[in-house]
Design a protein around this ligand. Structure first.
Ligand code: SF4
Ligand code: SF4
Length: 178
């Protein structure tokens, strides 16, 4: 069935443009008193919803040791092949975990932030955090290493960093390379 497209024919008052201007000003006036959809970033940081999948961290246990046992399950589950783990015997000899990662790197430029690594981990050792505002001029800087991932744990384990920054706390996202 054919679609009839009618051309716009301005009415008598439309030719004065005044009704359209009045409608536009009224719309502006109404919007002025509505809740703003924008925020003055970076003075105020956007706080993502719970479950947001941002920069990764490696968790520590109650003794401050890395929880990761270098089982490589996250590396196997990662669809982007951006996790690189090299295991080694754990340095502690007290009946705890026998392995830990000598190297644990994530290429953030390849990562698609799917969260599969977090789901695959049997030790609750890797977790995606709320952090979204990291950047670099160098590709190499966007490969985060074990120490960087542990630093992310240190700055995020005391609560959402953007809520804390919005309360006036000074928190630098310094994860080594980033
Ligand atoms: S979030 Fe997804 S793509 Fe990124 S490291 Fe984890 S499994 Fe790989
Ligand atoms: S982060 Fe979890 S899944 Fe990945 S190697 Fe460590 S313990 Fe295994």
């Amino acid at each position: 069935m054919a679609t009839v497209v009618r051309t716009y024919e301005p009415g008598y008052w439309d030719k004065f443009y005044l009704p359209a201007i009045a409608r536009g000003l009224l719309l502006t006036l109404v919007r002025m008193f509505r809740r703003k959809d924008t925020i003055p970033y970076p003075d105020i940081k956007y706080v993502p919803a719970d479950g947001y999948r941002g920069l990764h961290r490696l968790n520590k246990d109650e003794d401050g040791r890395i929880k990761c046992v270098a089982c490589e399950m996250c590396q196997t589950a990662c669809p982007a092949h951006c996790i690189d783990i090299v295991p080694e015997p754990a340095p502690w000899d007290d009946g705890g975990e026998e392995r830990h990662p000598a190297k644990f790197e994530i290429d953030l430029l390849k990562c698609i932030f799917c969260g599969f690594c977090e789901l695959a981990c049997p030790k609750d050792a890797i977790e995606l955090t709320e952090i979204y505002d990291y950047a670099s001029f160098s590709r190499d800087d966007l490969i985060i290493d074990r120490e960087g991932l542990l630093k992310v744990y240190d700055i995020t384990s005391m609560g959402n960093i953007y809520e804390r920054q919005n309360r006036g706390e000074s928190i630098q996202i310094d994860t080594g390379n980033l």
